[in-house]
Design a protein around this ligand. Sequence first.
Ligand SMILES: [Zn+2]
Length: 363
Amino acid sequence: MLSQMTLQAEFEAFLSGFPRNPQDPRVLSGIADDIEEHYPTLGQVLGEEIHEFFRTPFSTQRIVCGLAEEVEKAYRSSGVSIDFYYYAGEFYTGDVNACAVKVDGGFLFLLNTGLIDCIHKFSCAHIFSDALVRQADGKGHFHVDDDERIQGYSFNWLAGYFADLAIKYLNFQGFDNIYKLERPQDERLYVCRHIINVHMWIFIIMHEFAHAVLGHLAVPHVANVATPVGLLPLLSKSHKQEHEADLMATRVLLSMGCDGQVMTPEETALADLKMASIANFFFLADLLGSVSNAMQGAKGDENPQGDEGSTHPDPLLRLQFIIDALSVQYGEPCTEFYPRIATTTAWFNLIKPRIMAHLQGSL
Ligand SMILES: [Zn+2]
């Protein structure tokens, strides 16, 4: 068995060629302000302890371990036991933002800290812009009033913020110079933002766990990919395996923190927010893909990387697969149970064209 210290040492060596300090606590400094005791399920992990972690070296490592422990618990209560080790660091590799590989004694989970930070900022801007979307009628029509503002932020300004976030993330610029959005004054928005943020993180971890649980990592490495931090083993996974991992991750995520057969109103609300988090994760992935293509197009690349070059299927298809599979399982559209899928999809459909329009001016 690898000890945590051995693992740490191993990956410090692994990362030694990397130009930036992987332990830099500033990377996640913005998040520290947000972790409080609001969260019912992960209260223990997300309490003051983590507030402290964000201000100390190895903080990202600690939060990933904390979240991953919760993930392990959730898998264990669904009857699955698996040995996992975790490492969070800066992997400026483009595609490999999170992956799991087989190591002696278990599995090693790698997570890009930049992605964690990006998700946090995405959640901050999401909750304000989402609150500006209005339902025009009972028939699922949504619109935005351009003059309306929340704490001074307009929908269009927030679209520009998303564009800036995506460009900085994809250019590996770090987020030191990005505008820090205010904390929502409305306590409900604040709690929702936090829950969505955390579940976007957890979904990534759950997805990689699922690959291990489902035996997708048992095949030999197909290739090593040269990255700025050395060779990373890349496993070739089929789109079918990606969908399977998404579905298992979704089911375990939904089961987390729900004990009884009958769901309490709080559990129902939480499940709805969890599904919104999953949807948002795929919207973020879709956005990063589109912005990346636009950036490459602006540089004059002949063949901007489409779905072909990626190991994962199109993000929006991944989301649709989950919705379809849950609907089959429930015997009725799962959107009945998770109304936020519809509202968060409406939000994304309204904001994405605006983000892309902002991009034209920035590239
Ligand atoms: Zn995957």
